[in-house]
Design a protein around this ligand. Structure first.
Ligand code: NAD
Ligand code: DAO
Ligand code: ZN
Length: 369
């Protein structure tokens, strides 16, 4: 079938709008009509060329929501008409990762997903007869996309798809990192570095976890008002200080915070976030994705003296099992999503959504097909 899509033809170039060909689902696969998708910094990162896994030409996009149009042979957990959120972190419930009880990472489709193809090693997308790569197993920048069954969370039909698409990445990642990765306890102090959707979702999670103090840090002061609305109590612009930012936070908090979160993808800030933690118990969670080949460093004494460095992918959330409940909690008013949506546009304005993100003017732009 034909599908409206935005194609990443080459690194650093704007996306190209085109009508692509989408093949129907093979065994174990599902064809989904994406109703709404948003743009996350990770899409911009891959488009920039900084992503070591970035492949071109590709159909990017990983934060979307849609409706099942067709199921391939052997698909049992989904049927036509079901509402779904694509998962870049699959959940097969059978591999050693899924069975470990220790991680939300899943090994089932990891190898082929990283190569930009479906589990049988081929693509379902083409333009003028030439194959296009899939992206993160989701490719939500196409109105019709094909995913493995294990990469789809079935959710309530009552929930608005143009809001819950944000649960496909940003909102879930931030809240999940607070509860699953850091396990923030009531009364804790928390520092959040970077106030995009991820950082704001961490702030929302920290408030839900009853943190006593939530320090919001960004070099763009325009982000502070929204951070306040999500529950931040203190606001720090590193540009206002001559001291290293970790020293500023340590001075503000009688020796450092209980938890810090890096939500930018900057390896220098990752170090600052660790060193802003309290000796003996402070934990720093890396959420941001750094450029290809970059490395983190600190003095080992930081860890010897009890600080802990961790990372979090999709907030440690098992998508098929846990996302339906995130949707229910949104519907009950327990999780905020609408407040992240600063802009809405028709899909064909997708390059404007990237510009707004780069300029620091948007949190999330929802694109409607
Ligand atoms: P974003 O671009 O909307 O937000 C980043 C924020 O960081 C901006 O407000 C920017 O002003 C701020 N910033 C930049 N440099 C800074 C500095 N030196 N000090 C303080 N603030 C600074 O991005 P986003 O969509 O919120 O994504 C954030 C990061 O999280 C990206 O690296 C993205 O790839 C990553 N990510 C990770 C996961 C995961 O599962 N681990 C999931 C989604 C996104
Ligand atoms: O299983 O080896 C693996 C990788 C799984 C993908 C996890 C990606 C998390 C970070 C990227 C953020 C994307 C929005
Ligand atoms: Zn698995």
């Amino acid at each position: 079938m034909k599908s409206r899509a935005a194609i990443a033809l080459a690194a650093g170039k704007p996306l190209e709008l085109a009508e692509i060909d989408v093949q129907g689902p093979k065994a174990g696969e599902v064809l989904v009509r994406i109703v709404a998708t948003s743009v996350c910094h990770t899409d911009a990162y891959t488009l920039s060329g900084a992503d070591p896994e970035g492949l071109f030409p590709a159909v990017l996009g990983h934060e979307g929501a849609g409706i099942v149009e067709e199921v391939g042979e052997g698909v049992t957990s989904l049927k036509v008409g079901d509402h779904v959120i694509p998962l870049y972190t699959a959940e097969c419930r059978q591999c050693k990762f899924c069975l470990s009880g220790k991680t939300n990472l899943c090994g089932s489709v990891r190898t082929t997903q990283g190569k930009g193809v479906m589990p049988d090693g081929t693509s379902r997308f083409s333009l003028e007869g030439k194959p296009l790569f899939h992206y993160m197993g989701t490719s939500t920048f196409s109105e019709y996309t094909v995913l493995p069954e294990v990469s789809l969370a079935k959710v309530s039909k009552d929930a608005p798809l143009d809001k819950i698409c944000l649960l496909g990445c940003g909102v879930t990642t931030g809240i999940g990192a607070v509860f699953n990765t850091a396990k923030v306890t009531p009364g804790s102090t928390v520092a959040v570095f970077g106030l995009g959707a991820i950082g704001l979702a961490v702030i929302q999670g920290a408030l839900m976890a009853k943190a006593s103090r939530i320090i919001a840090i960004d070099i763009n002061p325009d982000k502070f008002e929204l951070a306040r609305q999500f529950g931040a109590t203190d606001f720090v612009n590193p540009k206002d200080y001559s001291d290293p930012i970790q020293q500023v936070i340590v001075n503000m908090t009688d020796g450092g915070v209980d938890y810090s979160f890096e939500c930018i993808g900057n390896v220098n800030v990752m170090r600052s976030a660790l060193e802003a933690c309290h000796k003996g118990w402070g934990e720093s969670i890396i959420i941001g994705v750094a450029g290809a080949g970059q490395e983190i460093s600190t003095r080992p004494f930081q860890l010897v003296t009890g600080r802990v460095w961790k990372g979090s992918a999709f907030g440690g959330v098992k998508g098929r099992t846990q996302l339906p409940d995130y949707v229910e909690r949104y519907m009950k008013g327990e999780i905020k999503i609408d407040e992240f949506i600063t802009h809405e546009m028709p899909f064909n304005k997708i390059n404007e959504a990237f510009d707004l993100l780069h300029e620091g003017k948007s949190i999330r732009t929802v694109l409607h097909f």
